[in-house]
Design a protein around this ligand. Structure first.
Ligand code: ADP
Length: 697
């Protein structure tokens, strides 16, 4: 009876002790504390036995220190391999995964004599071991009772061993779990510490619980610990604070979110932030905010800068109605500004190819664009004017300019702009029409006035001569003839005849001007200046003009202005010859080179209407014209000027279309300065030219 009460008390004590141990495990007390308490309990209940716990998990052992009332041993692989004497029955129990009972160590021969002697010397006579197994039957170590007397364990002692071995396994699993949590926490901390983003944990009321170095640096504090406990809201710029408080409360209510806001650092600097936040359960169970915040100040400033320049570009583009583009001829890639899409009437953002672009060029101006594309093959800068014909029938006048750039690898790219000049061109057109009209009227008026004055001046003496002649006839027919009167009348007739010839001489004197022909003229430069003068006219008529000059041309001696007048006449005639030409490219080629006689030759070739070959000589005659409003003076004046320079002028008509008008002058011209020869004619013609020349506006 006595025994039963003692036995029950032991069982109850074991149950209470086991419960206490499990509570220690549950609240997370260190493994060593639990095991030491277990050893104390076991030795208290196991009636004089001593107790030992061997662990073979290296991770757990790191957190243990041996030195309990009895002992806790490290049973790692290393210890066993080095033949630790204490290892005998414990290892066997572990490897068998079953209890090992050694009733009498003195007669035990399974292990070394040294082990036996040490055990006996230590007062251990019997040894009973239970393996410590995890839930997955992994061996974690062993739990041993050492009795000072030989024999087998009592049933209670067996229960005690089993129960405590089980609690050891629970405590070890918990210890392992704590360790792996600690490790993952450490690696998490390491990640958080090394990340360049600011990582922070803040409570619902804004208190900073944790912040990494990046975060404290950003706030302007060298030590993250110094910020813990501070109110994060104090860092948020005033105008964003309310918004941030609401955001934080939403996160702390379990939502995830994103927010952009500004902070003011401890140095008073404003920084733009972007944060991604998620709720996190803190140690006390409350929900806090885990926020990853990035400094986007530089990005925002760059974006703002970009936006400003883009806005500026759009504004410039809008004012000048021009759009910009980049074109890489090798790949055909084109990128355009929005304004350019609008000019070309293409849906913004649509893929642009050269085919799409050229399809919108007016058929009458394709050759201009083709010519520019041809020049692009040589990497030249491009500039041309052409019309667009949009699908809805709208016609636009545009001017394209593109600059060639080469990368270090020799890659050719064009950067250019297309300007819509429709309005300007329309007003130019109207102005030109008006000017042409005015010029014609003043020309006609001028001629009219000139003829009236000539008629008036000559009519008077002629009328006098006619009257005198009639009187003379009457006087001589009288009976008898009045000879005296007739003589007087004849003298008046002679006087009137002189008056008429004086009028003619006066007219000639009026148109005569002295000509200085000793200039050294660079014909190439002279031609270039004329072309510049005509450029807008040529552009207006959508003609492609090319100037080809041989190198190293010597100068000629002569009158630069007169030679330029000839070139101007030839060019204007070429331009006019292409009026109405729509079935072929309108081109003018000006070539300057030496001819077979070493004279300098200027040839103007056009793709215009041409002329009948049999008319070739008549063209240079005065007043020959095939034009409704032509004067027929330009070529005859040109011939006089060229002959006066000792040169010649001629024309050839192309078999298919177009003509070439050319002149040649000696490199060292010897002009003839006579009064009544070709030189005088030239002077007369030059005077007439003021009427005949059409200078484009
Ligand atoms: P206008 O131009 O006033 O007719 P010009 O003396 O300059 O006077 O020209 C005389 C004529 O020569 C022209 O009317 C035209 O028939 C012919 N002609 C001149 N240049 C060309 C040309 N490039 N192509 C064809 N015919 C031309």
């Amino acid at each position: 009876m006595q025994i039963d009460i003692e036995g029950r008390k032991s069982v109850e004590a074991l149950m209470a002790g086991g419960k206490r141990l499990l509570e220690m495990v549950a609240v997370g007390l260190p493994l060593l504390a639990v095991l030491n308490e277990m050893l104390r309990l076991a030795e208290e209940l196991a009636s004089g036995c001593r107790c030992g716990i061997s662990l073979i998990d290296p991770d757990c052992m790191k957190s243990l220190r041996v030195g309990a009332p009895s002992f806790v041993q490290d049973r790692t692989e290393a210890n066993r391999n080095h033949g630790n004497d204490e290892s005998g029955p414990c290892d066997l129990a572990a490897s068998l995964e079953a209890p090992v009972i050694v009733p009498d160590i003195a007669s035990e021969t399974r292990w070394s004599p040294a082990w036996r002697e040490r055990s006996l010397a230590d007062g251990r006579r019997a040894c009973w071991v239970a393996p410590v197994l995890s839930r997955t039957h992994e061996v974690l170590g062993s739990f041993a009772l050492y009795s000072p007397t030989p024999g087998n364990p009592t049933p209670f002692q067996r229960d005690l061993m089993g129960e405590l071995a089980h609690i050891v396994s629970v405590a070890m699993e918990r210890a392992k779990m704590d360790l792996s949590l600690r490790r993952s926490d450490e690696s998490f901390r390491a990640i958080v510490e090394t990340t360049p983003e600011c990582v922070k944990v803040i409570t619902r009321d804004g208190t900073l619980l944790r912040v990494n170095s990046a975060g404290s640096n950003l706030a302007g504090s060298p030590d993250p610990a110094a910020l813990v406990g501070a109110c994060f809201y104090d860092f948020v710029a005033l105008e964003h604070r309310d918004q941030y408080v609401v955001f934080n409360q939403e996160i702390c209510s379990g939502k995830t979110g994103f927010l952009e806001f500004d902070i003011i650092t401890l140095h008073g600097e404003r920084r733009h932030m972007e944060t991604h936040a998620a709720p996190l359960q803190s140690g006390d169970g409350s929900i806090v905010q885990l926020g990853v915040t990035r400094d986007i100040t530089a990005r925002k400033q760059a974006a703002e800068q970009l936006w400003k320049s883009a806005a500026l570009m759009v504004k410039v583009e809008q004012i000048s109605l021009s759009g910009s583009f980049c074109w890489r001829p090798s790949s055909g890639g084109i990128s355009c500004s929005e304004q350019l899409y609008r000019i070309y009437g293409i849906e913004p953002g649509a893929r642009i190819t050269m085919d799409i672009v050229t399809a919108r060029v007016h058929p009458g101006d394709r050759h201009i664009v083709d010519n520019a594309l041809e020049q692009a093959r040589d990497g030249k800068d491009l500039e041309c004017d052409y019309r667009l014909l949009l699908p809805d029938g709208t016609v636009k006048y545009v001017r394209m300019q593109a600059h060639a750039t080469f990368s270090s690898q020799g890659q050719l790219d064009y950067i250019g702009a297309v300007q819509d000049v429709t309005e300007r061109r329309q007003s130019e057109e109207a102005l030109y029409g008006l000017r042409a009209e005015l010029a014609h009227v003043s020309r006609v008026n001028g001629l009219g006035a000139l003829s009236a004055s000539i008629a008036h001046e000559i009519n008077q003496p002629l009328a006098g001569i006619m009257t005198n002649a009639r009187i003379l006839v009457r006087l001589l027919n009288a009976e008898p003839p009045n000879v005296e009167g007739a003589l007087e009348t004849a003298q008046r007739t002679i006087r009137d005849g002189h008056r008429a010839s004086e009028v003619v001489n006066r007219l000639r004197a009026m148109f005569r001007k002295e000509v200085v022909m000793t200039d050294t003229v660079d014909l190439g430069e002279a031609a270039h200046e004329v072309i510049e003068l005509l450029r807008s006219e040529i552009r207006r008529k959508r003609i492609v003009l090319q100037l080809k000059m041989a190198g190293d041309l010597p100068p000629v001696t002569g009158d630069k202005v007169q030679l330029q007048q000839v070139i101007l006449n030839l060019l204007l005639n070429a331009v006019e010859a292409m009026q109405g030409v729509g079935d072929r490219p309108r081109r003018i080629l000006v070539r300057i080179d030496r001819d077979d006689s070493d004279d300098l030759c200027v040839a103007v070739t056009d793709t215009g209407t041409g002329f009948e070959p049999e008319n070739a000589d008549r063209l240079f005659g005065a007043f020959y014209t095939s034009k409704r409003e032509g004067m027929g003076i330009g070529l005859s004046v040109s011939r006089h000027i060229i002959e006066r320079h000792g040169g010649r002028i001629w024309a050839t008509s192309d078999e298919r279309f177009g003509a070439t008008f050319a002149f040649s002058v000696p490199c060292c011209a010897c002009p003839v300065l006579d009064q009544d020869g070709p030189g005088a004619r030239c002077q007369d013609a030059r005077a007439e030219m003021g009427v005949a020349m059409r200078i484009p506006g």
